[in-house]
Design a protein around this ligand. Structure first.
Ligand SMILES: CC(C)(COP(=O)(O)OP(=O)(O)OC[C@H]1O[C@@H](n2cnc3c(N)ncnc32)[C@H](O)[C@@H]1OP(=O)(O)O)[C@@H](O)C(=O)NCCC(=O)NCCS
Length: 357
């Protein structure tokens, strides 16, 4: 039995094979960088974990995952992330950090204005799409940093789920916004990304989506976007139905691989979060101890340093804003509730592990 590794662009396929090179189990490791409140964090993504049906429950997937995690720990990745079933991945230290988000928008939502002009996305649109996407996700947590270099070669309309990118055309025939949605023929008409140069662009994109819903003979479309996405906020002014759901197969999971490096990169984020508090109330440092690892965060206040003793999985959820900070997580001489709540605000983590470009 041995591992065969096949590197690709931004991804490595790891296969566990027997002596006859028969596949026993496989997975992919994705080289990613995610946005975290304006800061870039290097992440190892895991996808495509698979053991052929006749070979399951023999520990092969576990072997593959342990091998992949060990290798990533030796690299400079701060976090491990994947979409998957909580119960299977808990044994590898992964914890849920985000549910599946959906906003169901009825075809009868609004009186329809004339349908706006739209066209398929072209290579020339890429730079503007990238700018809008980055503006939209940079302050949030979890979205993949899109590398302009990865825009070439250009795949105009297909992502792995068979999606379509359409561009909204402005009154001077210029690029005014875009929407990325599932291709005709899919069971659900799903919208996964929207951006507009001006807020009025959302009116046009919504009108297009409602016409398209009709053309597809559906009674709704589904915007699979977190509540803090600008297009979600726009939709919520209508009577759209918002659903936040933990689907067994599409839960985002994460694990900290290198706490010291992660906190170092996040130092400007944490300093910013307590910037408006009087310096004498802000601790000089916060020592975070998880039992598995510990690291000191420099907060630049003048109050004496404090400690936070916390399980690694709980800390992961606090960092992604999945749970609220509460005093139970802190011990004596610990972080006070007010500063804790400022350092660890709630977020709607937004994770795309496989990018669409
Ligand atoms: C999930 C999968 C990769 C597990 O592969 P495997 O080689 O059988 O895994 P292992 O033998 O290493 O581990 C099996 C253990 O995981 C458990 N397990 C498997 N799937 C599970 C699930 N969905 N939820 C909870 N536990 C699960 C088994 O009960 C077994 O537990 P045990 O060790 O206590 O007996 C395999 O079932 C598979 O390929 N499934 C279809 C594709 C898939 O779902 N991939 C995951 C994508 S996120």
């Amino acid at each position: 039995m041995r591992f065969v590794e096949t590197p690709g662009i931004g991804t490595t396929l790891i296969q566990l094979v027997d002596d006859q090179r028969k596949l026993l189990s496989r997975l992919e490791v994705l080289e990613l960088t995610i946005w975290f409140s304006g800061v870039k964090i290097p992440v190892a993504g895991i996808a495509g974990v698979y053991t052929p049906p006749g070979l399951r429950k023999k520990g092969y997937a576990t072997n593959c995952l342990k091998h992949a995690i060990r290798k990533q720990q030796r690299k400079d990745k701060c976090l491990l992330m994947l979409f998957g079933e909580r119960d299977f991945y808990a044994r590898f230290g992964l914890t849920p950090i985000g549910p599946w988000y959906g906003i169901y928008v009825s075809q009868k939502l609004a009186a329809l204005p004339p349908e706006p002009l739209m066209r398929d996305c072209q290579a020339l649109d890429q730079a503007q799409i990238l700018n809008l996407y980055t503006q939209n996700v940079k302050p949030r947590i979890g979205a993949v940093v899109r590398d302009p270099k990865s825009l070439k070669p250009f795949f105009p309309t297909v992502w792995r789920n068979g999606g379509v990118c359409r561009v909204l055309i402005g009154s001077k025939k210029q690029f005014a916004g875009y929407v990325w949605h599932s291709a005709p023929g899919t069971s659900e008409f799903e919208v996964v990304e929207v951006g507009a140069l001006h807020p009025a662009g959302y009116d046009g994109i919504l009108a297009y989506l409602l016409y398209e819903t009709k053309r597809r003979a559906k009674d709704h479309f589904l915007a699979a976007l977190p509540p803090d996405d600008p297009f979600s906020k726009y939709l919520m002014q209508f009577e759209a139905k918002q659903v936040v759901e933990y689907k067994p197969n599409s839960r985002s999971l994460a694990r900290i691989l290198d706490l010291k490096k992660l906190l170092k990169l996040l130092t400007p984020v944490f300093k910013e979060r307590v910037r408006l508090i009087k310096s004498e109330l802000v601790p000089r440092t916060l020592m975070i101890k998880t039992g598995k690892s510990q690291a000191k965060l420099d907060l630049a206040g003048t109050y004496p340093g404090v400690e936070l003793k916390i399980e690694q999985t709980r800390l992961t959820q606090l960092l992604f804003g999945t749970v609220n900070f509460d005093l139970q997580t802190s011990g004596r001489d610990g972080l006070n509730a007010e500063i804790g709540a400022l350092l660890f605000p709630k977020f709607s983590a937004f994770t795309y592990l496989k990018d669409r470009f």
